[in-house]
Design a protein around this ligand. Structure first.
Ligand code: F6P
Length: 341
């Protein structure tokens, strides 16, 4: 078989382990793998590179993606879907493995419904894809944020300050929730629940009243304050209709200082969370997804996505995976709340 593989959307640690696993398993079985560069853009432009076990050697521990990525939406281009169908055929592909988040897999699902042989692999640091317990990239991001919170603790404590940490998480507060619990945050704001600024300030005041002299507040970039809009860096939308988020950290820090009188500093972690080497968990999850994706192709189970359910890797329908986003588990948020104030 000739199997194409592409990585689309925001990069994250763990993409290279998937590519490596697909190629190694295919190579062992005498199948050919064609790397498609920069996500759907590469399939639109036939920008490809053959992959064998030598070309994927030494990439397991590297973050990012050796194939490059982009946020190209083929359905936003004239004849985009027609060109993809033609190029799929011209490149001689029997199947395509699309590695991505809600946007890339949404396109994969449409193309499957139009007749292409596609298998999906879920990735996103946001961990907001349905039908899988975890996406790779998330664990690495959480560990990076936890490490940053640990560092902020010592300086916060030395200066008696409130430290606000803005983290990624467009629609879901998984990163804020997990890293906040792991890092011992004193308040966590997530996109799922618009937060009353007075609640944050009262909670911090209560903590200081009990004798604590510093506090750590973790906020998702997609969180909102009651009756306020999303904080964005610009109004422009990308081809999937997303705006660039950012700014809630600064706004929140200013309000906290104004309303509590506590000196406050803000750190925006940004793309630091998407960079660097994948954790062992993400390397193993990526490897297991890659092997499973290859197996699904060989079994001709198209229109499916690899998923982690409990400890087992399984297959779910792309339709189910892309129908709605997986928002943060509120039982987990209730656990985080025990440590507020
Ligand atoms: O979708 C993953 C994500 O990291 C979001 O948390 C964030 O809002 C977005 O990507 C940032 O994307 P970009 O690469 O366009 O800056």
């Amino acid at each position: 078989m000739k199997i194409g593989i592409l990585t689309g959307g925001g990069d994250c640690p763990g993409l290279n382990p998937v590519i490596r696993a697909v190629v190694r398993k295919a190579d062992n079985s005498g199948d050919e793998v064609l790397g498609i560069k920069y996500g759907w853009k590469g399939l639109l432009e036939k920008d490809v590179m053959p992959l064998d076990q030598f070309s994927v050697s030494g990439i397991l521990h590297k973050g990012g993606t050796m194939l490059g990525t982009s946020r190209t939406n083929p359905y936003k281009q004239d004849n985009g879907s027609k060109i993809l169908h033609e190029n799929f055929k011209e490149l001689g592909l029997d199947a395509l493995i699309a590695v991505g988040g809600e946007d890339t897999l949404g396109v994969a699902n449409k193309l499957y419904e139009e007749g292409l042989n596609i298998v999906g692999v879920p990735k996103t640091i946001d961990n907001d894809l349905s039908a899988t317990d975890f996406t790779f990239g998330f664990d690495t991001a959480v560990n990076t944020v936890m490490d940053c919170i640990d560092r902020l603790h010592t300086t916060a404590e030395s200066h008696n300050r409130v430290m606000v940490v803005e983290v990624m998480g467009r629609h879901a507060g998984w990163i804020a929730g997990y890293s906040g619990i792991a890092g011992g945050a004193d308040y966590i704001l997530i996109p799922e629940i618009p937060t009353d600024i007075d609640d944050v300030c009262n909670s911090l005041k209560e903590r200081h009243r009990k004798g604590k002299k510093f506090s750590i507040v973790v906020v998702s970039e997609g969180a909102t304050l009651t009756n306020n809009a999303l904080f964005t860096q610009e109004k422009k939308l990308d081809s999937f209709g997303h705006v660039r988020l950012g700014g809630i950290g600064q706004a929140l820090g200013g309000l906290i200082e104004e309303k509590t009188g506590f000196e406050t500093r803000v750190t925006v972690l940004g793309h630091i969370q998407r960079g660097g080497s994948p954790t062992a968990f993400d390397r193993i999850l990526g490897t297991r997804y890659g092997v499973k994706a290859y197996d699904l192709v060989k079994q001709e189970k198209f229109g499916t996505m690899t998923a982690l359910r409990g400890t087992k890797i399984t297959a779910v329908s792309l339709n189910e995976a892309t129908a709605k986003l997986k928002t943060m588990d509120m039982e987990l948020y209730d656990i985080a709340k025990i440590f507020f104030g």
